[in-house]
Design a protein around this ligand. Sequence first.
Ligand SMILES: *Cc1c(COP(=O)(O)O)cnc(C)c1O
Length: 418
Amino acid sequence: MANSNTNILTPEKNGVNVSEDLKYSFPDTRGYFGSFGGKFVPEILIPALDQLESEYNVVKTDPDFNKERFHHLKEYVGRPTPLTLASRLTEHYGTGKIYFKREDLCHTGAHKINNTIGQVMLAKRMGKKRIIAETGAGQHGVATATVCARFGLECVVYMGEEDMRRQKLNVDRMKLLGAEVRGVTSGSRTLKDATNEAIRDWVTNVEDTFYIIGSAVGPHPYPMMVRDFHDVIGLETESQCLEIEGRLPDYVLACVGGGSNAIGIFYRFINDKNVKLIGLEAAGEGETTGKTAATFAKGKPGVLHGSLSYLLQTPQGQIALAHSISAGLDYPGVGPEHAHLFDTGRVKYYPVSDKDAMAAVKRCSEMEGIIPAIETAHAIAWLEKLMPSLSKDEIVVLNCSGRGDKDMGTISEYFYGS
Ligand SMILES: *Cc1c(COP(=O)(O)O)cnc(C)c1O
């Protein structure tokens, strides 16, 4: 399916201020989405967050900033990404029509770079010389190291040593891109420990350092900013679906880790009440087992990484270790905007197991010639539940958040035992 609408990325045509034409206007001035969000950080960081917020409020509607941003998205990231009819999966189910929004075709292989481009531009504009980030699986670290190389900024990425061992290829990618990867040896030596270390660095070097957060999480204004930088996904989907089908989709599906690819494609449609929005979270070995990352099915409100949201917790209220076969969904929290959309019922969230996701990796590879990221496969798996209940002419758009090349180690081990 060809997309002839290659010029849909002009801000003039689409309007750069995404919230202007939406009545939904969260977050409020305190950074809350209903009861969730806020700024739960050491007091020393409040001025930095305030400065970031006021700078962002300027660039958000600044035509020059957005013109440049959209230029990078087109010339460097490769946008717009196509909306591809998944024709054999569509035929297979025999009901509805399935389209993939192809974020897997973005430079670096996933949606994450939409956000890192926006934040690095902001950092440059604010005169920051140094970028820090934390990474779990390494995907956000790679997306950050990539834009730092492109924009000529110093880059330090914090990563737990356990994660460094598991994700050596991404560590080497970051090094090759010129970033310094700092191993973290505290705690479980994984993402949450790397995040603590990144925050410690930020507190110490707040004058010249910009902290690039990789999902729709963290203290205000990050969840809003990350959402806005990913809104291009929904913006394109809307006009592509109108062009191809003459109307909006009936369903939009996306996997949810912290929630950035999902909010990116959902945000446009929040006020279109006929568009049903579905988020798929990682059940791991099952949402009733201890080895899960199903934040909505199993979590309770709590504070993590600077904001109040749903969170997997131990009976004592400490942060529980998450589990998912997909590194990108292996996170005990979720962005505060999703917590609000969950509580209001505007978005439905369902858990999908490791097993069902892996079966979907295989099905999609064999039937569409697209090897999806294991994260994405959680959304693809849900088609098994959704499609039988649909009528023939209903339209489903699934956000194909990334490609599976990065997961070939896990996939080989799972299917071929090597
Ligand atoms: C990081 C990642 C995710 C999960 O992050 P979100 O912020 O929830 O989007 C999903 N898919 C892919 C391919 C990723 O790399």
